[in-house]
Design a protein around this ligand. Structure first.
Ligand code: SF4
Length: 371
C-alpha cells in the first residue's frame, strides 16, 4: 500500500459522499474565507450546496491567486517524442488499436523539434511519451541533455518510474514530472486499464512521491475530467496534492486540469464535466490549496481559458502540437493524441495575456536558482 492510499482509506467514504451530497448553501458560506480548510470543509465546498455560491467562491479564489501569484502566467509547450504505444486506454488517441500514422523521433529529431519550438519563444518544454517500447530512461536522459542547451526548464510526462530512474532524469537536467492518475476510482481505473501496461494503480499513485524523493522540483498531478464523478475525484485529487505539499515541501505542486473533449470515435465520455462544474473544481482547488500552480492546457477554448486566470489558473500551454514532429513539419505527418481547442501561437497567447493585464512568463525556473 502507498502512504497516500493508507491516508485515503482512513477517511470513511460514506461520510464524504454525505458531505458531497449536501444541498445547503448555508453550511458552505462560512467556509469561503477560512484560511485553512479541513477535509470535511473541502467536501462541502465541492458539494451541490456550494453551487449557488460559485460567484462568492470565485471572488475569494481570485484574491488568493492575486496574493500568491500576482499577474504572472507561466507558459510552456509539450514536445511529443512518439505516438507508438502499447497501451489500450480507451479515451486516448494513441491507444494501440487506433488507426493513425505512427512515428517515433530520433534524438536528432527531438533536438530539431526543440530548435523550432525555442524560436517561438517557449523556454519550458514538456517531453511527452506514451508507453513506447525502446524510449526508456536513457533516451529521455539524452533528449533532456540536448534540450537543456535551449530550454531552462525541461519536464517530462511519461509512464511512472522507480525512484532511481527519476533520479537519473534529475541528474540529466529534468526538473519536473507530470503524471495524471486519470481517476482515483480504483475499480474504474482497473476496468479502463485491464491488460494495459498502465494497469498498476498503486504504482502510479505513488509515482509522484518517488519523483519528489528523487529531487524533482515540480510535481504535476491531475485526473482526466470526464472519466468519473468529478466531485469525488476532485476531493481525492486535492487531498493528494496536500499530501505531496506536506511530504515534498521542496517541490512545487501543480494541478493539471485536462478535461476530456475530443476523444476517439469509439469512446463516449462517461461523466462529461460542464464549464460551470469545471469552474467549480478550479475555484475549490484554489480555496483549498493556496500555493499550488493550476495548469490549463490547449484542450480548452481561448476565451474560456483566459477567463480561468481570474479564478486560479497560473500556467498555460501555448502553441501546442500533440503529435511527434509537429513543430518542424509544415503539415501533420503523424497522428495526434487529441485535437486542441486553442490554436493560438505562443506569441498570440502572450499578446492576449498582456492585453488582459497579465504578465506572460516564459522562464519561471532555472537550475541556477538552486545551485
Ligand atoms: S494514455 Fe498513455 S499509455 Fe494510454 S494509450 Fe495513451 S499514450 Fe498510451
Amino acid at each position: 500500500m502507498t502512504p497516500f492510499w493508507d491516508m485515503l482509506n482512513r477517511i470513511e467514504q460514506s461520510d464524504v459522499m454525505a458531505l458531497l451530497e449536501n444541498t445547503s448553501a448555508e453550511k458552505v458560506r462560512p467556509l469561503i474565507g477560512r484560511p485553512r480548510l479541513s477535509e470535511a470543509d473541502l467536501a462541502l465546498l465541492l458539494s451541490k450546496g456550494a453551487t449557488p455560491l460559485l460567484e462568492e467562491m470565485a471572488q475569494q479564489a481570485r484574491r488568493i491567486t492575486q496574493a500568491r501569484f500576482g499577474n504572472a502566467v507561466s507558459l510552456y509547450a509539450p514536445l511529443y517524442v512518439s505516438n507508438k504505444c502499447s497501451g489500450t486506454c480507451p479515451y486516448c488517441g494513441f491507444k494501440k488499436t487506433q488507426k493513425i500514422k505512427r512515428r517515433t523521433l530520433s534524438i536528432d529529431e527531438v533536438e530539431a523539434e526543440g530548435e523550432v519550438l525555442s524560436r517561438s519563444g517557449i523556454q519550458h518544454v514538456l517531453l511527452v511519451t506514451g508507453d513506447c517500447p525502446g524510449k526508456g530512461v536513457e533516451f529521455l536522459c539524452e533528449a533532456a541533455r540536448r534540450l537543456k542547451k535551449r530550454f531552462p526548464s525541461v519536464t517530462v510526462e511519461i509512464p511512472p518510474l522507480d525512484e532511481a530512474d527519476y533520479r537519473a532524469l534529475t541528474e540529466c537536467g529534468v526538473d519536473g514530472v507530470t503524471l495524471y492518475q486519470e481517476t482515483y476510482d480504483k475499480a474504474l481505473y482497473d476496468e479502463l486499464h485491464r491488460g494495459s501496461p498502465k494497469d498498476n494503480y498503486m504504482y502510479r499513485l505513488d509515482a509522484l512521491s518517488r519523483a519528489g524523493a528523487a529531487g524533482m522540483r515540480k510535481l504535476n498531478l491531475g485526473v482526466l475530467w470526464g472519466l468519473s464523478d468529478w466531485r469525488y475525484d476532485a476531493f481525492r485529487l486535492a487531498l493528494h496534492a496536500r499530501f505531496l505539499e506536506k511530504n515534498h515541501w521542496r517541490s512545487q505542486i501543480l494541478l493539471g486540469m485536462p478535461r476530456l473533449h475530443n476523444v476517439p470515435g469509439d469512446f463516449t465520455i462517461p461523466c462529461k464535466v460542464s464549464d460551470r462544474d469545471f469552474v467549480h473544481i478550479i475555484v475549490t482547488m484554489r480555496l483549498f490549496l493556496h500555493d499550488a500552480g493550476i495548469v490549463v492546457s490547449t484542450r480548452e477554448k481561448p476565451g474560456f481559458r483566459d477567463n480561468l486566470l481570474a479564478i486560479g489558473a497560473t500556467q498555460f500551454s501555448a502553441g501546442s502540437k500533440t503529435e511527434p514532429g509537429g513543430y518542424s513539419a509544415a503539415e501533420r505527418q503523424s497522428g495526434a493524441q487529441f485535437e486542441i481547442d486553442d490554436q493560438r501561437s505562443p506569441k498570440a497567447v502572450e499578446a492576449d495575456l498582456a492585453r488582459l493585464g497579465y504578465d506572460p512568463v516564459f522562464k519561471d525556473w532555472d537550475r541556477g536558482f538552486i545551485s
